[in-house]
Write a protein that binds this ligand. Structure first.
Ligand SMILES: NC(=O)c1ccc[n+]([C@@H]2O[C@H](COP(=O)([O-])OP(=O)(O)OC[C@H]3O[C@@H](n4cnc5c(N)ncnc54)[C@H](OP(=O)(O)O)[C@@H]3O)[C@@H](O)[C@H]2O)c1
Length: 270
């Protein structure tokens, strides 16, 4: 069985990406941790931080080429770089919506596109996309984040069928609330800061709840362990929701009518 030895993680400077990099290095993998900062929390042997902006196609391709030149291979990519915007759909500026999709969706697409020729040549490759439980269960005021993650999950699933029989596999990891810098990095949209907004009170209550839930959420290592487990399997799952409580939520969403799900979520989050 082919083993994963060399991995590129995008968004590797902090949070889930950094935790995953450490766990993979502990398991003996060589990890390239890419981010705009090009650093990593607690640097160590086995992890090479690299400057990589997923919005820069040529830069991403150059990083992939450099890895293959130094290591002679690249076995897996973890598309993890991402951020979130917050605000009502009504009034969201087109550039705000596009910026959400740029890093979270197109950034992952471009990273995958840069790795695919290498994987195809090797007849082996593992593509993990870090999406969100919000790809299957949306929350108010995060419509564009949820759509970008749902789009990325769909892309991963379509691609996994296209790659059947090539030795290249795709898996989407759907985290729930994780305590990372993601919460502080979230950008509130212009409409979200409008003091005259009809959504003002509901948004303020909602934002407090989601920030509280995220900051009290799982350690990023929980997601890192789920990623490591997939990379060590002979064949990856297509979609993984880490932790039993979120798994159950995912199952309920599939079983219950959408109207019931939205009505429960709306009562909890509005
Ligand atoms: N935290 C949660 O509750 C949660 C839940 C579900 C899914 N997720 C997803 O998990 C992923 C990781 O987030 P996190 O929670 O670990 O938050 P985080 O600590 O803020 O990490 C985000 C990472 O993305 C990098 N990044 C941002 N823009 C980038 C770009 N253009 N090119 C390359 N790297 C970029 C950041 O590094 P630089 O700033 O140095 O570039 C950082 O390393 C995201 O995709 C997020 O949507 C998070």
């Amino acid at each position: 069985m082919e083993k994963v030895k060399v991995v590129l993680i995008t968004g590797g400077s902090s949070g889930i990406g950094a935790a995953t990099a450490h766990l993979l290095a502990d398991a003996g993998m060589k990890v390239y941790a890419g981010s705009r900062r090009g650093t990593i929390e607690h640097p160590r042997e086995g992890i090479i931080p690299v400057v990589l902006d997923v919005n820069d196609s040529a830069g991403t391709e150059a990083v992939v080429a450099r890895i293959v030149e130094s290591e002679g291979r690249l076995d897996a990519v973890v598309c993890n770089a991402g951020n979130g915007i917050y605000g009502p759909v009504e009034g969201t500026l087109e550039e705000e919506a596009r910026a959400q999709f740029e890093t979270t969706y197109f950034g992952s697409f471009k990273t995958i596109r840069a790795c695919l020729p290498v994987f195809r040549k090797q007849h082996f490759g593992r593509i993990i996309t870090v999406t969100s439980v919000m790809a299957v269960l949306q929350l108010p005021y995060q419509g564009f984040y949820a759509s970008a993650k749902a789009a990325l999950m769909s892309l991963s699933q379509s691609l996994s069928m296209e790659l059947k029989g090539t030795g290249i596999e795709c898996c989407s990891i759907l985290p729930g609330d994780v305590a990372t810098g993601f919460t502080a990095a979230r950008k509130v949209t212009k409409a979200g800061t409008d003091p005259a907004s009809p959504y003002k009170e509901s948004m303020e209550r909602n934002l407090k709840k989601i920030e509280h839930d995220e900051l009290g959420g799982m350690a990023p290592e929980v997601i890192g362990r789920a990623i490591l487990k997939q990379l060590q399997r002979r064949h990856m799952a297509v979609r993984v929701i880490p932790r039993i409580d979120y798994k159950l939520v995912g199952m309920l969403v599939r079983l219950l009518p959408a109207k019931t799900v939205l009505s429960v979520v709306s009562r909890m989050y509005n």
